[in-house]
Write a protein of this length. Structure first.
Length: 293
């Protein structure tokens, strides 16, 4: 994996990131580090996939840039990781538990992504690993941090980045790792929706539910993502169970675009993706076009 450990050097050697002047002090281990940030204007947006993942075209001045890899704050000393708004508060509240699991967190992540180093400029490999670290940390956090939906978002983003790693190193089995994260994402999305609906762990107040960084699709985006993951990565060993879950996904998607209006909570691009997904679910279930209208 050595050939993919360092970030692609941009043409003309122009900087893609900068380091914050003010240091950040880790609330878990008290180490001090400077946050790496992405300069604005370094990306060129391309297509959006059926998973609501925004892709980017390389710019001649900067080369390949992956905005996702800078979203998770990671302490380079103890590998505590969280989304930036949660980093200090959650780290302080769960410092003892996070500190106790440092060795296990580092060992487990290095087993999949080794070697990683968060004292150097963030690479694609480190970016993917940061989401795995975040999942392990959020599994400890309490409901005010909406840990389940953030584990879901982290899992699908890790899958996307592992897919990018596979494109760079197709013999290193990153496609297999991506599949594991997709299935983990499916599990967390289902759990997050159930917890939101029961009121046990609401996520509606969260500032960004992604799933990507370019657009917040809110609760409808969570429902859509859960449905697309069920279709593409849900288990198919029991056909009856699969059919039941796909029918539930189809009903959820139908409700999403059934109003036929573009509004703040259901923006146009999401409605278009939802209609496409609805047709795919119908074909999978071998249902006629006139059913469930």
């Amino acid at each position: 994996m050595q050939k993919i450990l360092t970030a692609t050097k941009p043409a003309k050697d122009r900087k893609v990131t900068f380091y914050a002047k003010e240091p950040t002090r880790c609330p878990v281990c008290d180490a001090s580090f400077h946050r790496e940030e992405l300069f604005s204007g370094r990306v060129n947006a391309d297509e959006m996939t059926d998973e609501l993942h925004r892709t980017y075209k390389p710019l001649s001045a900067f080369g390949e840039v992956y905005p996702l890899i800078y979203e998770i704050e990671v302490c380079p000393a103890c590998f505590y990781a969280a989304y930036k708004p949660d980093f200090m508060a959650a780290g302080a509240k769960f410092a003892d538990a996070l500190r106790e699991r440092t060795d296990a967190r580092v060992e487990e992540t290095q087993r999949v992504f080794s070697p990683i180093d968060y004292q150097s400029p963030r690479s694609l490999l480190c970016g993917a690993a940061s989401y795995y670290l975040a999942i392990q940390c959020y599994e400890i956090f309490s409901k005010e941090f909406a840990p389940t939906v953030k584990c879901a978002i982290s899992s699908i983003r890790a899958a996307w980045l592992c897919h990018d790693l596979h494109a760079k190193a197709p013999t290193e089995n990153w496609d297999y790792v991506a599949g594991l994260f997709y299935r983990k994402a499916r599990f967390y999305y289902r759990a997050a929706i159930e917890l939101e609906q029961s009121g046990k762990e609401p996520y509606s107040s969260q500032r960004n539910l992604g799933p990507d960084t370019d657009k917040n699709y809110g609760h409808e985006g969570v429902l859509y993502t859960a449905a697309i993951l069920e279709l593409k990565y849900g288990p198919n060993d029991d056909q009856a169970i699969r059919e039941e879950r796909l029918k539930a996904a189809k009903v959820s998607v139908a409700r999403m675009f059934g109003f036929g209006k573009k509004n703040k909570s259901k923006p146009g691009p999401l409605l278009e993706k939802a209609r496409d997904l609805y047709e795919r679910l119908k074909r999978e279930l071998s249902e006629g076009d006139d059913e469930d209208e």
